[in-house]
Design a protein around this ligand. Structure first.
Ligand SMILES: Cc1ncc(COP(=O)(O)O)c(C=O)c1O
Length: 409
């Protein structure tokens, strides 16, 4: 496709979207047609290196043969059954999840926000049964837990909350990782503490070393549940199956989604025996844990294990962090590289994150700006060192383009 034709096609897509799609996303000006590994191809035939991976979803990259075969095989066998019956993929997936995490049982749903809704309900019921009706959940400033009303109430940022208030009551927010503030906020009305091991949407903000273990200890001392939202950090991304495993701070309730199905929508809640208080009728989902999504997720978990991709995420993630940090020495406005494994945030000293992400697109690199001063890198776990080198070269050119345009440092 010529440049002229490509621009025309892009404009046509934007016009059609304006007419047909609700105005909820600020989309980048590209149309993606196909993908392979960490590469995607646009409708005008450009090959782009994808370091967003569907926002931490496509852990096996695009077009992975095992995922393709699992989906095709299950599609040819049984797509949907409801939860009135047992299916083998659902049982197998629950067993794999439990084996990867902590002694628990699983509830399946379809997305991250839905997993958090279920976790909130579990904590409330536990409070009713075991803590004299305690129902308040202490959450963190900067937290992002989803867009449905309960998960939104747990989410901190006014930008997401304000248009939809009043939100459900019973959520308080304390500074992320502030142990004293957390301790003071827990009282007889508190049933749980809920947080992300690394805050993703607010800019890849990790907790200080040892803090999660201290929060776990505090929850035990005060007899409240710990809910960890591992929706973005989970499935090997940080170099362990689950981010809490870096500190051996297993939660009572853990929520999972994003990467679980490798791109097929599925979410899950894991509850330790102490918090496993749902009874028939308490909660449900027509689609949750359907055989198609579960077969995909089983394949994802098996490939992560077989190909040692969790360990790979730790190694190649360190390499990516070092390579990006090295750009700082060249006058690029990088202040910090945060995060763990393949969940990295590049902190900038200027408000140029959006310009750099746009310039990166021109260089054939897909990265994501979270706020004005952070670029987020959450690529597929299959990314190689060679692809990291290529990505960092493209990123470097994007920084140069922004500096050259006069908007940068
Ligand atoms: C930590 C965290 N929790 C919850 C969600 C919501 O997940 P979903 O978009 O699947 O509802 C997200 C999505 O970005 C997330 O990063």
């Amino acid at each position: 496709m010529s440049t002229h034709a490509a621009t025309g096609a892009r404009q046509a897509a934007a016009e059609r979207a304006k007419a047909a799609l609700m105005d909820t996303y600020q989309r980048q000006p590209i149309t993606l047609r196909s993908g392979h590994g960490v590469w995607v191809t646009t409708d005008d035939g450009r090959e782009m290196l994808d370091l967003v991976a569907g926002i931490a979803v496509n852990v096996l990259g695009h077009d992975h043969p095992a995922l393709r075969e699992a989906i095709a095989g299950q599609a040819a066998t049984l797509v949907h059954t409801s939860n009135l019956y047992y299916t083998e993929p659902q049982l197998e997936l629950a067993e794999l999840l439990i084996a990867s995490a902590f002694p628990s049982r699983v509830f399946f749903c379809n997305s991250g926000t839905e997993a958090n809704e279920g976790a909130i309900k579990l904590a409330r019921k536990w409070g009713k049964l075991h803590r004299d009706g305690a129902h308040v959940i202490v959450c963190a400033q900067g937290a992002f837990h989803g867009r449905t009303m309960g998960a939104l109430a747990a989410t901190a940022h006014p930008r997401y909350r304000k248009p939809f208030e009043p939100l459900p009551k019973g959520f308080v927010h304390v500074p992320y990782g502030d142990l004293d503030a957390l301790e003071q906020s827990i009282d007889s009305a508190t049933c749980a503490v809920m947080l992300e091991p690394i805050e993703g949407e607010s800019g890849v903000i990790p907790l200080p070393p040892g803090r999660l273990a201290a929060i776990r200890k505090l929850c035990d001392e005060r007899d409240v549940l710990l809910i960890l939202d591992e929706i973005q950090t989970g499935m090997g991304r940080t170099g362990r199956w689950w981010a809490y495993q870096h500190e051996d701070a297993a939660p009572d309730i853990m929520t999972v989604a994003k990467a679980l199905g490798g791109g097929v929508p599925i979410g899950a809640i894991l509850a330790a025996p102490r918090a496993d208080v749902f009874e028939p009728g308490d909660h449900g989902s027509t689609f949750g844990g359907g055989p198609l999504a579960c077969a995909a997720a089983v394949a994802v978990m098996q490939v992560l294990e077989r190909d040692r991709l969790v360990e790979h995420a730790a190694e190649v993630g360190d390499y990516l962090a070092e390579s990006v940090s090295a750009l700082a020495g060249r006058g690029v406005p990088i202040e910090s590289v945060r995060g763990r494994g393949l969940m990295l945030g590049i902190g900038l000293s200027d408000d140029v994150a959006r310009e750099v992400a746009a310039a990166a697109l021109d260089e054939g690199l897909i990265i994501n700006a979270v706020g004005e001063r952070t670029l987020r890198l959450v690529p597929a776990l299959v990314i190689t060192r060679g692809e990291v080198d290529e990505a960092v070269q493209r990123l470097s050119r994007a920084f140069d383009a922004v500096a050259g345009s006069g908007t940068g440092a």
